[in-house]
Design a protein around this ligand. Structure first.
Ligand code: GLU
Length: 469
């Protein structure tokens, strides 16, 4: 048994969404599970559509999600000499041949075939055969190179997702492998790469199923062994459209910037085409441990943003406090908050983790720990209902008690309760007022816990300021 070697082979031609990056997850996990190699290959031969920006998005997305590769990135544009070498070798071996048919000729052929109700196809006019006399090559016309596809018989493979697939060779044209300007074509480059990189398992989107029989024929003609193929169904939107920018898909890195955890995104993507019993929330290591090709789904997954958010929240709940704080820090900074001037992010995260599903939303909710919420408090109408006269007259008493009480959550809670009782208020009325004045928010985690973490001085200062305002 050869060591497992898998690859992710994206074309850097645009936007990278979660459906695209899922095609990296499975080959990566498969290589990791079998202690094999995972290779990143950038299929950038389409000079018009490939961009450096798209390459960067691929590299950054993979780094963020932890899809480390053992080889690469290998750029196809840097392998042109190698492709030309293989074209030359195939011409020499007779597994490929020059074709001088002009575009006009091929158009005519096509029109005639269509008129007869036939499927248009190249008629192999330049294909050498024993006993066949080929036309004289026209002068001054650079030929294309075509692959000599086998005649008769069929190509079949056992797809790890779709089961057995068989295509008659007569369905397959003699594919152009190099254009007249010498530039090798897409399917040919994939074959040379998969062979040179000794890929054992091709795990990719099922938009490539039609290429597979052609690729297998070329692999065999080159004396290689066909890899295992696993063609993943396309990811759909909740409405059943193909996931795309046009149908609201967002870039992978947008999720990073919105405060999704990479392990949650990996977890969600894993489930979007594969299952392990009814496990919904799992770590990356568990995924790698459980992953196999047999449990890839043959039905298209539907991308559900609410479920992704739920999975993210579950991971936020599970993360150790220190780690969660370490990850929250940059989001607080990004929100313009003075992290050093407030409580440790880990303590803040502890307060919010049960109620908030993303790090960006958490940073947003935690603003009052790091900045005075005076702007909010000064809106006189915002808390008009909370700041009734009886509440206002109770607040100085609360303030006075706060000056000397032990600064713990329990003692703060007990103090609010006893001052409320003494002033004939409900505890909740006084809590809401303290919350409004100290945080500027109508809702927060339990106010005694918030005040304990915020500290006595900030609490007292803000209550004072609120009462004066
Ligand atoms: N470059 C192709 C794509 O981005 C993938 C080719 C392959 O995996 O064989 O769709």
């Amino acid at each position: 048994m050869h060591a497992v070697r898998t690859r992710f082979a994206p074309s850097p031609t645009g936007f990278l969404h979660l459906g695209n990056i899922r095609s990296a997850l499975y080959p990566w996990a498969y290589a990791r599970k079998h202690h094999g190699a995972f290779i990143l290959r950038i299929e950038d031969t389409d000079a018009e559509r490939s961009t450096q920006e798209a390459v960067q998005a691929i590299l950054d997305s993979m780094a963020w999600l932890g899809f480390d590769y053992d080889e690469g990135p290998i750029y196809q544009t840097q392998r042109m000499d190698r492709y030309r070498e293989v074209v030359a070798a195939m011409l020499a071996a007779g597994t490929a041949y020059h074709c001088y048919a002009t575009t006009e000729e091929l158009d005519q052929l096509r029109a005639a075939q269509l008129a007869r109700g036939e499927k248009p196809r190249y008629d192999r006019r330049w294909r050498p055969e024993p006993g066949k006399t080929l036309p004289t090559p026209p002068a001054g016309i650079p030929p294309v190179v075509r692959f000599r596809n086998p005649l008769g018989g069929a190509v079949a493979w056992q797809d790890a997702v779709k089961g057995r697939i068989e295509i008659g060779n007569d369905e397959l044209d003699d594919l152009i492998i190099a254009r007249s300007d010498g530039v090798p074509t897409y399917n040919f480059c994939v074959v040379v790469d998969d062979l040179d990189m000794r890929i054992t398992h091709v795990i990719r989107g099922d938009d490539h199923v039609n290429n597979t029989p052609r690729q297998i024929n070329m692999i065999l003609a080159l004396g290689g062994a066909e890899p295992v193929y696993a063609h993943l169904p396309t990811v759909l939107t909740p409405e059943g459209d193909k996931l795309s920018k046009r149908h609201g898909a967002r870039g992978v890195l947008q999720y990073r910037d919105d405060g999704y955890l990479p392990e949650a995104v990996v977890n969600y993507l894993a489930r979007l085409g594969w299952a392990h019993g009814d496990a919904e929330v799992f770590s990356c290591d568990e995924f790698i441990d459980w992953f196999d090709l047999a449990h890839l789904s043959s039905a298209p997954g539907r991308f559900d943003p609410d479920k992704l958010k739920w999975v993210n929240h579950e991971h936020i709940k599970r993360l150790p406090a220190d780690e969660l704080g370490r990850r929250l820090g940059p989001f607080l900074e990004h929100a313009g908050l003075d992290v050093a001037g407030g409580p440790a992010p880990a303590s803040v995260a502890e307060l919010f983790r049960d109620r908030i599903a993303t790090l960006a939303e958490m940073a947003d909710a935690a603003h009052y720990f790091y900045a005075d919420p005076t702007h909010a408090i000064n809106v006189p109408t915002k808390f008009a209902e909370v700041m009734t006269d009886p509440v206002r007259s109770a607040l100085p008493e609360l303030l006075a008690a706060f000056e000397s009480v032990e600064w713990s959550r329990e003692a703060i809670g007990a103090t609010i309760k006893s001052v409320a009782a003494k002033c004939g208020l409900k505890t909740s009325q006084l809590m809401m007022a303290a919350r409004a004045l100290v945080t500027g928010e109508p809702q927060t985690p339990p106010i005694d816990a918030v005040l304990a973490l915020l500290g006595r001085q900030h609490t007292i200062d803000r209550l004072h300021r609120g009462l004066a305002g």
